[in-house]
Design a protein around this ligand. Structure first.
Ligand code: FSX
Ligand code: SF4
Ligand code: F3S
Length: 382
């Protein structure tokens, strides 16, 4: 079975290698070497990415080859309404990582933050990139998209092109489309009540299939992992109900959290800075939304596996879930009283206080709560 998949992957990689590479004067392999990474570092990275994408270890050489062929995959990256944190997540490391090097390499065809061009030149660059790589480019869109009467909020350029028009146009001839970040996936902060610009997700404005890579911001690993996955398979990954790749968003934060033992033992931080906080206790009572949030932060962390919100001492705020700005707040209070009590007639805090080991009940409640959040979203995003 794995063998059949590998044969297919190698056929695809052979086809990719027959395509013209983006001309950067040197190959990706060379660029990585020139940045001080040895072949051994690179293969180690490929092995880690293979595990990260939940593929068998025997796929590591194919993953390495896919990374080396990433320059066959032009990326067009558009900015809509957002804070640019998604680009920052990927590009602002102290030292370049292999992920950021690969991404830098392939993304410069058109990236509004990174490119040198401005004004007419920038508009021209976008049009020519779409034309030149018709049907081949990967479109990545960051940010929510203002619509309706207020879509002029994102109007740019001499032709008065709106953000919505740019996104729709670029999506028409893309080989794959990724909504990068929660804003593009679900509307994000600008779509939070009262949503003055009528911002919506990318999937709401295009009739093409969109893969959502949420997180505010998503980790650099989730962004690059999706590019690699597309290079390897050329098809859509298995997606959850919110069109998030299951290999990245299949588990809850809570499932692999390093503080989970304390949750199970009923050991909670009651206030920031208390004894429990010093002892690394569970952050549920100071607002952690890890039990309702599907993402891989507790396993992969950020900044080359350095840390993540819960490790830094603050609860997860549910940033990869639809409408989290409206649904997950207040961010430093537990959902318990508001959600569990009203919906399920159970106080999660009572459960965890009285029983201590509330794991089974809470897991069930967590899942039910997640389903409820899904059912009560303002709009259907999928
Ligand atoms: Fe949104 Fe990306 Fe949050 Fe910011 O731009 S997902 S506001 S981190 O950066 O789109
Ligand atoms: Fe970790 Fe938050 Fe779950 Fe506690 S509630 S175990 S801090 S994810
Ligand atoms: Fe976001 Fe929670 Fe991860 S806040 S970054 S999904 S830990």
């Amino acid at each position: 079975m794995n063998q059949d998949v590998l044969i297919k992957i190698n056929e695809r990689l052979n086809w990719l290698s027959s395509l013209k590479s983006i001309d950067k004067g040197e190959s990706i392999t060379k660029a990585i070497k020139n940045s001080g990474f040895s072949r051994r570092d690179f293969m180690k990275w490929a092995g880690a990415m293979t595990a990260f994408m939940a593929l068998p270890a025997s796929f590591a050489p194919a993953v390495a080859r896919a990374a080396e062929l990433a320059d066959r995959l032009p990326v067009i990256w558009l900015h809509m309404a957002e804070c640019t944190g998604c680009s920052e997540s990927l590009l602002r490391s102290d030292t370049p990582t292999i992920d950021s090097l690969i991404f830098d390499y392939i993304s410069l065809e058109y990236h509004e933050t990174l490119m040198a061009a401005a004004g007419w030149q920038a508009e021209h660059n976008l049009e020519s990139a779409i034309e030149k790589y018709k049907g081949q480019y990967v479109l990545m869109v960051e940010g929510g998209i203002p619509t309706g009467d207020t879509e002029h909020y994102l109007t740019i350029g001499a032709h008065g092109t709106t953000g919505k028009q740019s996104a729709v146009k670029a999506s028409q001839n893309a080989a794959a489309i990724f909504a990068i970040g929660t804003c593009s996936s679900f509307g994000g902060i600008q779509a939070a009540r009262p949503n003055p610009s009528n911002a919506v997700s990318l999937s709401k404005v295009t009739d093409k299939k969109v893969i959502n890579v949420p997180g505010c911001p998503p980790s650099e690993k989730n962004i690059v992992g999706n590019v690699l996955h597309f290079l390897l398979f050329g098809t859509l990954p298995a997606l959850d109900v919110f069109n998030r790749p299951k290999w990245a968003y299949g588990l809850r934060i809570h499932d692999l959290c390093e503080r989970r033992g304390h949750f199970d033992a009923g050991e909670f931080v009651q206030n920031f800075g208390d004894e429990g906080a010093k002892n690394g206790y569970c952050l549920y009572k100071v607002g952690c939304k890890g039990p309702y949030t599907f993402n891989n932060c507790s396993r992969e962390r950020f900044n080359s596996h350095t840390s993540w919100p819960v490790q830094a001492g603050h609860g997860c705020i549910g940033c990869s879930e639809p409408d989290f700005w409206d649904n997950m707040g207040p961010f430093e209070e537990p959902m318990g009283d508001r959600l569990y009590n009203t919906v399920l007639g159970l106080g999660a805090d009572n459960v965890s206080d009285k029983i201590g080991i509330g794991i089974l009940a809470l897991t069930g409640i967590g899942i039910a709560a997640h389903a409820l959040i899904a059912a009560t979203r303002k709009d259907s995003e999928v």
